[in-house]
Ligand binder design. Structure first.
Ligand code: ATP
Length: 364
């Protein structure tokens, strides 16, 4: 749900860890440049949250910081969190899951669009291209960390991990997916579940889906089992438009859909409580294996910044960034993960150089 572009938007930037820091630098550069070209007022405030801060001060994020992030900003731009020096990555749980749960960011929106056919790993690319918008529930499911161990460390150990599904949680997500489909003119909403093997959760999801879709009669709707969807996303991805699913299934199928449309280096996301709070971040993590090498692809972060600009009501800024990304990709101005030779900074600049402003002014 975009916010109207009035006054100066305030954005909290959390670069985080590893390649998060590197790609966020390029995302902010592109967004700042595009905003300047279009006369859009956006203030960026950097937040020192991540592994370095935790290792230095022993603090992940405080209640007061979560409150200030919630109250004082129109959106949060996050790089990625994760550092091998932090045991169990405790700071991810506190910062990322803390923000998701405390700000009740229940819609994880992951658009997977094939921007350029050469980055598709499939042999047969559908004629109409691939554009799948995934709505993943992000406050419930198997991620609520309810459960525990019994007889831990013994041969009789038992681990229980609960999967929480509420009528309210499912209904608001399904409604968000249909509202989006209606606003965007999407042809079909498909719900993905595993109702044959997980009948309790499945029944709740299917009943809710059935009730909500009745309000959106003009939009085609169907239901698919997640295993069949995994096959179909490879076999005929052009069939799908909007997918709505649980936290766990959404996590998995969105990585698959991202790969089919060019890989993690290109995949953006937004996690929102529509009308209240919004956080934007690339789908990928901190990738410790390539951190510091200059090989990180900044496009996913740049596209996340474009999603954020759209959310803030700056459509022209978002359109300009999306267009510049397409041109840079088409020109092969990319990082090694997509077969290019550019560094993270060079790839960011390649996009920035292709921003055109409202009258087609080149950016220098
Ligand atoms: P996390 O657990 O936080 O998701 P991870 O390293 O296990 O971290 P990702 O960071 O998502 O998983 O990355 C998986 C692999 O994909 C990395 O090892 C990296 O090689 C590659 N990768 C991820 N993001 C990018 C990127 N932006 N550019 C290039 N390669 C990337």
């Amino acid at each position: 749900m975009p916010r109207a572009a009035v006054g100066t938007a305030r954005v909290a930037v959390i670069p985080g860890d590893g390649i998060g820091i590197e790609v966020t630098g390029e995302a902010v550069r592109c967004l700042r440049t595009a905003a300047d070209l279009h006369g859009a007022a956006i203030d960026f405030v950097h937040w020192d949250l991540g592994a370095e801060r935790f290792l230095r001060d022993g603090v992940t994020i405080t209640d007061d910081e979560i409150r200030r992030l919630a109250d004082n900003y129109d959106a949060i731009l996050l790089g990625a969190l994760g550092d091998p020096r932090v045991p169990d990555n405790a700071h991810i749980r506190d910062i990322l899951l803390g923000l998701r749960f405390r700000l009740d960011l229940y819609v994880n929106f992951r658009p997977c669009e094939l921007l350029d056919p050469r980055y598709c790993p499939l042999r047969d690319i559908p004629d109409g291209g691939i554009h799948i918008d995934i709505f993943r529930e992000s406050t419930e499911g198997a991620y609520v960390n309810m459960g525990g161990h019994f007889k831990q460390g013994t041969p009789d150990e038992i681990a229980i991990q609960e999967d929480v599904n509420t009528r309210k949680g499912v209904e608001r997500l399904v409604r968000a997916a249909f509202e989006y489909a209606r606003a965007e003119g999407s042809r079909r909403v498909t719900m993905v579940d595993k109702a044959n093997a997980l009948p309790a959760a499945g029944a709740l999801w299917r009943r809710t889906y059935h009730d909500v879709r009745a309000e959106y009669g003009e939009i085609e709707s169907d239901v698919m089992l997640v295993d069949a969807m995994a096959m179909d996303l490879v076999r005929r991805p052009g069939r799908y438009s909007v997918l709505v699913t649980s936290n766990l299934f959404g996590d998995i199928i969105s990585d698959l859909a991202a790969e089919v449309t060019g890989g993690l280096g290109l995949a953006p996301s937004g996690t929102l409580h529509p009308g209240r709070h919004a956080l934007f971040e690339p789908v990928h993590g901190s990738a410790p294996d390539i951190a510091g090498t200059g090989r990180a692809n900044p496009v996913a972060a740049v596209r996340s910044a474009a999603l954020m600009a759209r959310h803030l009501g700056h459509d022209a800024v978002a359109d300009d960034i999306d267009r510049a990304v397409r041109i840079a990709l088409a020109a092969g101005r990319i990082t090694p993960d997509l077969g290019g030779t550019l560094t993270t900074v060079e790839a960011g600049r390649a996009i920035c150089d292709r921003l055109s402003g409202p009258r087609g002014d080149a950016c220098h």
